[in-house]
Design a protein around this ligand. Structure first.
Ligand SMILES: O=C(O)CNC(=O)[C@H](CS)NC(=O)CCC(=O)C(=O)O
Length: 278
């Protein structure tokens, strides 16, 4: 019997240093996606805020995050799954830094979390950016097995710069790593305007093709504060490597969404017709 198709939404927005204004965009995108019939929405890295000094806006109480609580309420109210990255204050005191944490929230409020493992510490001047993510972020250490039974099947959580590392993605899609090998991967991102044009789409399509799965690539876009601009081009790639949805390259102050019908039979078909061990 054919699996029912499910509508998924991928978002593109411009987070600023102020959490409250990002929250109002994020909750309105959740409402819009649900009204359109989407069962899951993918929001980008830094959905809570993107600031020159992360410690200035970081949540102060470990385990408590007002932004996440409001998003959980919206997920529940609009009966939709939400994926996004936020800043997570560490439980151990003393460190001013946060984890860059990828959350998958279901409509009942259940949360799965993956802390970004690969931090973006690069010096590509003068042709590219100089960024040292580890100044503000503590690296995660654990790959989280794909979450089963999401609207897009078994969903593997990765974040932004992780996209350049094929091995964790391969692992997430492998039946040896998990009894629920990924049928979809998510990469909430904030790619730079220097690295985005040459690499972003190529890497996303490569991850989809080699793992024979859907790839959800939400993105930050435009200027967050003077000197920090993101590439955008949020998209959905199918298991054959086709870009099946993409947000407009123009910056919409209310954020933008693109949608695709997700067909898990297509994942099974591609894997059956071109066996690669999953
Ligand atoms: O800076 C912050 O506040 C939050 N973190 C981010 O926006 C992260 C780390 S700087 N961005 C990336 O990983 C870009 C990767 C990228 O652009 C590439 O791989 O080419």
């Amino acid at each position: 019997m054919a699996a029912p198709k499910v509508l998924a939404a991928v978002a593109q927005l411009t987070s600023v240093p102020a959490v409250a204004s990002n929250l109002s965009i994020v909750t309105s995108l959740i409402r819009r996606a649900s009204a359109r019939g989407a069962k899951i929405i993918f929001l980008p890295e830094n959905s809570d805020f993107l600031a020159p000094d992360s410690s200035a806006s970081r949540p102060l109480i470990p385990g408590k995050n007002e932004f996440v609580d409001r998003v959980k309420e919206a997920a529940n109210q609009h009966d939709i799954w939400v994926n996004m990255c936020i800043h997570e204050a560490p439980a151990e005191g003393g460190d001013k830094r946060c984890y860059n944490t990828n959350l998958l929230i279901d409509p009942t409020g259940t949360v799965n979390a993956y802390r970004k493992i690969h931090l973006f510490d690069v010096d590509l001047a003068p042709l590219g950016p100089t960024l040292k993510e580890s100044d503000a972020i503590i690296a995660g250490t654990t790959l989280v097995p794909p979450i089963p039974n999401t609207p897009v099947g078994n969903l593997g959580l990765q974040t932004c710069f992780d996209l350049r590392f094929p091995l964790p993605a391969n692992k997430l899609a492998s039946p040896e790593f998990s009894p629920h090998p990924a049928t979809a991967l998510t990469y909430p991102s904030a790619f730079t305007v220097k690295t985005g044009p040459p690499h972003w789409e190529t890497l996303l399509r490569a991850r989809a093709i080699e793992n024979q799965c859907y790839v959800f690539a939400s993105a930050q876009v435009g200027e967050h504060f003077p000197g920090r601009v993101s590439h955008g081009h949020a998209m959905i790639v199918d298991p054959w490597g086709t870009v099946v949805a993409q947000c407009s390259p123009f910056v919409d102050p209310n954020g933008s969404l693109c949608y695709a019908e997700i067909d898990l039979d297509l994942v099974a078909k591609v894997r059956r017709e071109m066996p690669m061990g999953r």
